[in-house]
Ligand binder design. Structure first.
Ligand code: CUA
Length: 159
């Protein structure tokens, strides 16, 4: 009889974990659309003719302490983010990342934060965060995207 109680408790715990995970991913939200409400294609992103901020990706100030960071992921870099072009945002600001892909599925994850989303060609992934601590945060692609997937990364500098 006690075994049944423990089994029940274990199942409840497992269901609870799954619910927590599902809730986390719902919070991320993968949007289908661009700023103007239309869908953008990976080809348009490749060619830089989406007619959106993705044609010249980077950090845009949208209000007091509010920033939107447009990031294009492609094999095997983030623009901005990779190499000598880190994402730079102020500490304490509300930062919304809008990320799309110019080719295949990538991941977008900022180390030591809960920023973690898939980046899907033809879609815009949106995730918001606030960095309270200044510093350099690692940025990694956590979805296999090709031969140099393991080299795809960058940084977010919070100043
Ligand atoms: Cu991009 Cu893995």
């Amino acid at each position: 009889r006690f075994e049944k109680v423990w089994l029940g408790a274990a199942i409840l715990l497992i269901v609870g974990f799954i619910a927590t995970i599902a809730y986390g991913s719902v919070g991320v939200g993968v949007g289908m659309v661009d700023d103007s409400g239309g869908q953008i294609s990976a080809q348009e992103v490749q060619n830089g003719n989406t007619g959106t901020h993705f044609d010249d990706p980077g950090v845009v100030k949208t209000g007091d302490d509010k920033y939107t960071v447009y990031v294009v992921a492609r094999q095997f870099q983030f623009v901005p983010g990779s190499g000598d072009n880190p994402v730079q945002v102020p500490a304490g600001a509300n930062v919304t990342f809008r990320v799309t892909s110019a080719d295949v599925v990538h991941g977008f994850s900022v180390v030591e934060t809960n920023i973690n989303t898939m980046v899907i060609p033809g879609q815009v992934s949106e995730v918001s965060a606030r960095f309270n601590e200044p510093g350099t945060y690692g940025l990694i692609c956590h979805e296999y995207c090709g031969a140099a997937h393991h080299t795809m990364g960058g940084s977010v500098e919070v100043v």
